[in-house]
Design a protein around this ligand. Sequence first.
Ligand SMILES: C[S@@+](CC[C@H](N)C(=O)[O-])C[C@H]1O[C@@H](n2cnc3c(N)ncnc32)[C@H](O)[C@@H]1O
Length: 291
Amino acid sequence: MSSPEQKNEAKGPNADQIEYWNGDAGEKWARHQDRLDAMLAPFSKALQLLAAVEPGERVMDIGCGCGATTFDLANAAGDGGSTLGVDISGPMIARAKERAAALRSKAEFLLADAATHDFGTRQFDVLASRFGIMFFDNPAPAFGHMRKTLAPGGRTGFVCWRPFRENPWAALPMMAALPHLPPQEPPVPGAPGPFAFDDASRFHDVLSQAGYSAIDIQPFDAELTLGAGADAIETALNQSLEIGPLARAMKTMPDAMRDTVSDAVRKALAANVNDGEVRLPGAVWLVSAKA
Ligand SMILES: C[S@@+](CC[C@H](N)C(=O)[O-])C[C@H]1O[C@@H](n2cnc3c(N)ncnc32)[C@H](O)[C@@H]1O
């Protein structure tokens, strides 16, 4: 099997992720943007507190997706500041631009690879991201490239997932589905994907190699609402089958097996309804560092 570096030589940096986020995955994130924003809201709030953007600051939101966190960061930066959301996904950046117009937000959006795009040097005071920094083929050079865009004294605020087993929002549906799925390749530790930085010491090493100082990584836990109201269980089921690790595993699944998997996941989710909502725990790292 070829390494990400070998693949790069043939296809260019982050080619697999660019293809992935411009295909079905990006379309689904754009389509379900409202629901995903509601589900991930506790981590938006945590990012705002971590980044602590002051009026007048210049901010880049890395892997900004459909822009939820970019709008919050732009509000904090105020009229005297600026906020640029950067993402490789055409469908998600298009959705972010539509929302910016509707909200009359000052946030700007750019379709680009944050790991390689020439942003110039010393352009930003803050690099922020909610779940947009775990997808680089070569993380240390990518974070080093982005560090050069920070002004002296600049800082980062990143939110990324802790290990899969500590994240029942992803693990519970997957475990329920597993007996009905074709044999799965074991995940490669640290490979680009949602859990690439589940190991805090590895993320610390990556940032340190990239030249950051004052690196601080703290755990944070919150409940994710996967579904609410009359259709809580079906909403949570669609969410689990369409987005996240189970959706990735089901991409190549024959249609005939989908009903069996759906039934198993529905049963597992139904056992987690509280006050009419399907809520499951999520566990992240809050990561800050200086340029
Ligand atoms: C899990 S989604 C999170 C989106 C958004 N931050 C949110 O919380 O809703 C990950 C995002 O990272 C983006 N991404 C992945 N690699 C990237 C790269 N090299 N440069 C910019 N964006 C990237 C993807 O296109 C996707 O929008």
